[in-house]
Design a protein around this ligand. Structure first.
Ligand SMILES: Cc1cc2nc3c(=O)[nH]c(=O)nc-3n(C[C@H](O)[C@H](O)[C@H](O)COP(=O)(O)OP(=O)(O)OC[C@H]3O[C@@H](n4cnc5c(N)ncnc54)[C@H](O)[C@@H]3O)c2cc1C
Length: 187
């Protein structure tokens, strides 16, 4: 049983995985390797002078893996169950988790099979997004959404930041207190 299953390993999903795994949560990330970020050349990500999309994605995954996040290449097809006991079904298997973060970028096809409400997107070229509240909660308790699929501006700094923000909300709920992760400069 994982604490958090994350669907998608683009900037939103991998950033969520980094925060969750670094917080000591048992994390699995299921990714179908179709990130649009892999086509990008990026010069507007704060703190990074310039980077290719593939390098940003791979670096993010490595950061999360360093703290124990497990990455699986597979496609999620449905989420069943209730908060505390979800099953994420994939084309090749299934994963049990108490919470789920969907960070599926442009794709929301897991919604219908999982009873998740969607709505029209407002960002350019984004047709459909998950209907989430300000914290990233969907209409099903325990299932959250982050990044492009949650309707935020489609830029790597924003989607990565949103993945982190939603993960912090999930970690805080699991811990029963607001969570903060600050490392201090070593002397
Ligand atoms: C050509 C191009 C150039 C760009 N240039 C810039 C730029 O210069 N600067 C900038 O800030 N932004 C740029 N962007 C935008 C940037 O890539 C996105 O805003 C952002 O990275 C999206 O992050 P995300 O995590 O929400 O989605 P993605 O990066 O698309 O990641 C979503 C992940 O979810 C996975 N997934 C989806 N459904 C499932 C499923 N059912 N099961 C398992 N996995 C699933 C996908 O395989 C994918 O890996 C560019 C985009 C494109 C296409």
């Amino acid at each position: 049983m994982y604490d958090i299953a994350i669907i998608g390993a683009g900037p939103a999903g991998a950033s969520a995985a980094l925060f969750a795994a670094k917080a000591g949560k048992k994390v699995v990330v299921i990714d179908s390797d179709q990130s649009v970020t892999r086509r990008a050349w990026i010069e507007n990500h704060y703190g990074v002078a310039e980077i290719t999309g593939p390098d940003l994605v791979e670096t993010g995954k490595k950061q999360a893996a360093k703290f124990g996040a497990e990455f699986i290449t597979d496609k999620a097809t449905a989420i069943s169950g209730e908060a505390g006991g979800f099953t994420v079904k994939t084309e090749a298997g299934e994963y049990a988790a108490s919470h789920v973060i969907v960070a599926s970028g442009l794709m929301t096809d897991v919604a219908e099979a999982s009873g998740l409400q969607t709505k029209d997107g407002t960002e350019p070229r984004i047709k459909t997004i998950f209907d989430v509240d300000a914290q990233g909660k969907t209409n099903k308790a325990g299932i959250w959404a982050a990044g492009t699929c949650a309707g935020v501006s489609m830029h790597t700094i924003v989607t990565a930041g949103h993945g982190a923000a939603v993960a912090i909300n999930v970690i805080s709920e699991l811990n029963g207190a607001r969570y903060v992760d600050h490392d201090v400069l070593k002397a």
